[in-house]
Ligand binder design. Structure first.
Ligand code: UTP
Length: 288
């Protein structure tokens, strides 16, 4: 059973400045919901109940979003907006939320290590909300199914990427064990294309064994001077069964402006209210 999910949300989001100067990247909207709410909804749909959010600057925006807003609720009640009132309360009621602070963004690995006391001695999920994935089955659910079916200790979401882009990702060295399922033999963070062990990249969804915490505590700064989750996971590979799973779904890297815009357009086109108007607008733009 995976009961807890960790949401690192303490990065500076420099690729989104100035939008992220005072507000976390995870609060940027995907159509009408913050990225992090999409991530929390995915975790809920996968059966996870405890959401552990690693906060940095601008933390109140995230905490307030998942908290009850009495003023807003009273206003909506007065106006008779019952559907909106229920939708606002559902955001708070869908899970239990826990917060821990990462004072300095020393890296993704460091952010996950901050959640150690809240996670305890059990396997858990990690969700990077800026990797937006449109899939039939929530990606975390797909990973949990693989985790259970193959009695794995950890399962990483992976995706094939163009060779020239491998230096943006953690890249695995693998042995195939079934269609879409790979045993991870080794991994390297942000390799040069010539040095990459493959073109299979780690994407922002993970099921991790609690053995990651002592490994993280021993991990020294790596690529970019940051404490890298990949470096700590690498040390688990020799001791535990770490699998990679090529998930079903389309991923958008909403951590950069172009990927964020593409995610918004793709999700809005599928929205019954917004889709027709947006499609007509895009067709008009194409003719210009
Ligand atoms: P990114 O690599 O996208 O970094 O982090 P970033 O700082 O958010 O963005 P840029 O590169 O400056 O534009 C991936 C995820 O890890 C979190 C981020 O919030 C994001 O969800 N993170 C990263 C932390 O929580 N702490 C860190 O020290 C670094």
């Amino acid at each position: 059973m995976i009961r807890k999910a960790v949401f690192p949300a303490a990065g500076f989001g420099t690729r989104f400045l100035p939008a992220t100067k005072a507000s976390p990247k995870e609060m940027l909207p995907l159509v009408d919901k913050p990225l992090i709410q999409h991530g929390v909804e995915e975790a809920c749909a996968a059966g996870v109940r405890d959401m552990i959010i690693v906060n940095g600057r601008g933390k109140y925006a995230i905490e307030d979003h998942f908290d009850i807003s009495y003023e807003l609720e009273s206003l909506l009640r007065k106006k008779g907006e019952d559907a909106q009132l229920a939708a606002m309360r559902a955001i708070t009621d869908m899970a239990d939320f826990f917060y821990v602070r990462q004072n300095l963004p020393l890296g993704l690995g460091h952010a996950v290590l901050r959640a150690m006391d809240l996670v305890g001695e059990e396997p858990f999920a990690v969700v990077l909300s800026d990797d937006v994935i449109d899939s039939k089955v929530p990606v975390l659910r797909q990973l949990i199914d693989v985790y259970e079916r193959y009695s794995a200790d950890s399962v990483l979401a992976i995706e094939r990427v163009p060779r020239e882009q491998v230096s943006r990702y953690g890249i695995i060295k693998w042995k195939k064990i079934a269609e879409g399922v790979y045993e991870v033999l080794d991994m390297v963070e942000k390799p040069k294309p010539a040095k990459a062990p493959s073109d299979l990249a780690i994407i922002g969804r993970y099921i991790l064994s609690p053995a990651i915490f002592p490994a993280l505590a021993e991990t020294r700064p790596g690529a970019g001077g940051e404490i890298q989750l990949t470096d700590a996971m690498r040390s688990l590979v020799a001791r535990e069964r770490v699998l990679g799973y090529e998930f079903e779904g389309v991923r958008y890297d909403a951590g950069n402006k172009l990927g964020f815009l593409m995610a918004n357009i793709a999700f809005a086109l599928k929205d019954p209210e917004l889709g027709p108007g947006l499609r007509a607008f895009l067709a008009k733009e194409r003719k210009k």
